[in-house]
Design a protein around this ligand. Structure first.
Ligand code: MGD
Ligand code: MGD
Ligand code: SF4
Ligand code: MO
Length: 681
């Protein structure tokens, strides 16, 4: 007899632009409980088009993982002991004790000595965003969520205001597609069918990336740019656009401010100078500019990759101004996309109790967690959820040392025993997106999603919101928004007159599950101006190319990129053996043959990779994917998969970007030292 099954449709909660509509098969076991057994994409969703990515198809395995924490755990040995030992405790015991310790801390040093640490493990508006309300109501430290998108966001905002972009379903109309600093085949895989449709209709695809990853290999042309030099390339393209009269003067006059200043800066960048800085050939620059200047519509898809350098905000701003010069914003399918999130004009004033943010609360840039965990910074409690800082935050060895402090209360609310959870005093078991209701926006398309709870929570797993409300009660928090249900939050968020949300009621959202924003059929967000204070696309001040301070030198001759891996979603799937194997079983360093010779390491050998911040050991793969001087380590693997048990972020620094206080994960300079024979690492 086959077990009874049913299918449910849910939005993927992960930090990925695609926010897919998933079809999940649930099967009732002999114990009477339903479990997810299969996951694919909803064939009826116009953007998801029936497929899930190579990683999330395995989500059920992650959810049903035998080592998933299903009850609160209290650490019984010291955090300095590398082998954690746990005892199971009840929710009441855990929450009573945590609340008592927080109360004592608040009495002694104020709520400002509590540091919440979170990012986008779930993109849910309730479980990801609104749950911060507790900390604001208490007056805890305010975490600046800068690890990913803040440099790009600020750069975009300077030029255009809020982040609107080309409708992804219009991409097949483009005749030139430029994928600039984005590995979209891995990180935004549902754009691929749109690009392929454009290509079938004659479009050319150009990828600008320092190394030949999946997307560069897929493109018709790969511009193998030297990392951190995109501003120079963008200015060089502008030079050619102005010189050949390829700019759209009518658009510049009507919709932009500052074209004269930008032109003066671009005149300093003839292709020969660009070639020197970027390592590309002058003719490659000319040819690229000609394609951009003479092909309409041209669609630019930019990613956050190019922003993860000291000068990354400016780089992104320079690139995103190109479609304003060509007037592409007036052509359906033309323009640019960094993120579509600005189109979700929800009423956010009380989301996460933003209205209760205290101007005097200490602010912590999340890229500077290593510093914030030094004893002298004064924090007595760290509360981690939706995030795995021991692996993903820069300077991760110092982060781990801080978490091990005996005088710091560390609570980790998690679905998995991550390396951060291993460093906790308390691990609290969290539910997954199939087990709690939530609402989802997207940063790659225009559908708003609602998920009902599809499965009963296993064991004692609880939603973040439940945990925070239980703590709030124990701490005497009165702020009403802390206690909202998903229905109350939905009503609040949809309580707006913005035309993009016209006709989208909570009832309709719950009934349909996935609802397209009420955008005009022909969505040309910047055809006549922008959402800046002037109402115009802001071209001034002109972006200027500034070389990174961490310049390569004899001591540190290699630039290290650490971009996402195809089979991972940040560190979310690190627990799955199957996906670790699909990525090659261990993280491997891609290195140019010239550099391998120079360093005296051979293909397949282990080597020490040293930066100014730390050291790791990795196996080397010799390959000409990039220019000489470039090294690549794909994926934020769990340390335990590496030969030395260390995370790649043992090498990266807290250095911030020029705009937005962002992370600089691709900015690291390193050197290689061969590992002596017989040396274990
Ligand atoms: N499979 C998979 N998908 C993911 C993720 C994942 O971990 N795995 N993570 C998700 C998240 S949180 C995010 S933020 C996105 C990130 O995805 P993307 O926006 O694609 O950003 P990155 O992958 O960091 O970088 C993209 C590309 O930029 C290149 N790059 C690095 N430095 C430079 C530079 O100076 N100039 C140029 N032109 N290119 C440069 C890198 O080599 C890389 O190929 O992906 C999301 N999707
Ligand atoms: N070297 C290097 N480092 C990087 C990057 C890089 O390119 N290179 N990328 C950076 C980027 S772009 C980002 S966005 C960050 C991402 O860093 P993180 O935001 O830490 O993302 P994940 O590693 O996916 O970890 C998210 C965790 O949240 C948990 N989680 C998911 N849903 C829930 C829930 O409902 N409740 C609770 N309590 N937990 C939940 C998951 O189990 C998972 O362990 O990493 C950054 N770090
Ligand atoms: S991770 Fe991204 S591509 Fe994969 S299923 Fe989720 S939303 Fe879709
Ligand atoms: Mo990210």
């Amino acid at each position: 007899m086959t077990a009874p099954t049913r299918d449910v449709l849910l939005t993927c909660p992960l930090d990925c632009p695609d926010a897919c509509r998933l079809r999940i098969t649930l099967e009732r076991g002999e114990d009477g409980r339903e479990r997810a057994v299969k996951l694919t994409g909803d064939a009826d969703h116009p953007y998801t088009r029936g497929f899930a990515c190579a990683k999330t198809v395995h989500y059920p395995e992650r959810q049903n993982h035998p080592e998933r924490p299903l009850s609160p755990l209290r650490r019984v040995n010291a955090k300095s002991d590398p082998e954690p030992q746990w005892e199971r405790v009840s929710w009441d015991e855990a929450l009573d004790d945590i609340a008592a310790r927080l109360r004592a801390l608040i009495a002694e040093r104020g709520a400002r000595s509590i540091l919440p640490y979170h990012y986008a493990g779930t993109m849910g508006l309730m479980e990801g965003s609104h749950v911060h309300a507790l900390w604001r109501a208490l007056g805890a430290a305010e975490l600046e969520e800068t690890i990913c998108a803040s440099a790009g966001t600020e750069a975009w905002t300077l030029g255009y205001g809020s982040r609107l972009g080309v409708d992804p379903l219009d991409v097949p109309r483009a005749r030139l597609i430029v994928l600039w600093g984005i590995n979209s085949l891995s990180t935004h895989s549902h754009l691929t069918p749109q690009i392929t449709a454009a290509r079938k209709a004659g479009a050319r695809v150009v990828c600008v990336d320092p190394y030949r990853g999946r997307t560069a290999a897929f493109a018709d042309t790969h511009l193998k740019i030297r990392a951190g030099t995109d501003t120079a390339l963008a200015l060089g393209v502008m030079h050619e656009l102005f010189a050949h009269g390829w700019t759209d003067e009518a658009y510049l006059a009507e919709a932009t401010l500052g074209a004269g200043e930008l032109r003066a800066e671009a005149e300093l960048w003839p292709p020969e100078r660009v070639a020197e800085v970027t390592g590309l050939a002058a003719d490659e620059v000319r040819e690229f500019a000609r394609a951009i200047g003479t092909t309409r519509p041209a669609y630019f898809r930019v990613g956050y990759g190019m922003t993860r350098h000291e000068n990354g905000g400016t780089a992104l701003r320079a690139v995103t101004l190109l479609p304003a010069l060509t007037g592409d914003w007036r052509h359906r399918g033309g323009g640019c996309n960094l993120s579509t999130s600005g189109a979700f004009k929800l009423s956010r004033t009380r989301l996460g109790a933003a209205h209760r943010t205290r101007p005097d609360a200490p602010r912590v840039n999340m890229n500077e967690l290593a510093d914030a965990l030094k004893p002298e910074a004064g924090f007595g409690a760290l509360f981690v959820y939706n995030c795995n800082p021991a692996v993903v935050a820069p300077d991760s060895e110092r982060v781990r040392a801080g978490m091990r402090r005996g005088d710091l209360l560390v609570v980790v609310l998690e679905q998995v025993m991550t390396e951060s959870a291993q460093l906790a005093d308390y691990v609290l078991p969290a539910t997954t997106f199939m087990e709690h209701p939530d609402l989802y926006t997207s940063y790659g398309h225009h559908w708003l999603g609602y998920n009902p709870p599809a499965l009963e929570a296993p064991g004692e797993a609880r939603p973040n919101s439940w945990v925070f409300q239980e703590l709030a009660r124990r701490l005497g928090v009165e702020e009403p928004s802390v206690y909202w249900s998903v229905d109350e939050l939905t009503a609040e968020l949809l309580d707006t007159d913005h035309p993009f949300l016209d006709g989208i009621t909570p009832e309709r959202l719950r009934a349909e599950g996935s609802v397209r924003l009420n955008l005009p059929d022909e969505f040309l967000p910047y055809a006549h101006g922008a959402e800046t204070p002037s109402g115009q696309v802001q071209l001034a001040p002109a972006p200027r190319y500034v070389p990174v301070q961490a310049a390569l030198n004899a001591e540190y001759p290699l630039r290290l990129l650490t971009p996402p891996a195809h089979h991972f979603l940040n560190s979310t799937y690190g627990v799955l053996e199957r996906l670790n194997r699909a990525e090659g079983g261990e993280p491997q360093l891609l290195l140019h043959p010239d550099d391998a010779r120079q360093a005296g390491v051979e293909d397949g050998a282990l080597a020490r990779v040293q930066s100014e911040v730390g050291e790791i050991v990795r196996r080397v793969r010799v390959s000409d994917v990039g220019q000489p001087g470039l090294a690549v380590l794909e994926g934020t693997w769990w340390g335990l998969s590496a030969p030395d048990g260390r995370s790649v972020n043992a090498l990266t620094a807290q250095t911030l970007t020029d705009l937005g206080g962002g992370s600089t994960f691709h900015n690291t300079r390193v050197r290689l030292v061969p590992l002596e024979l017989g040396e274990a690492g």
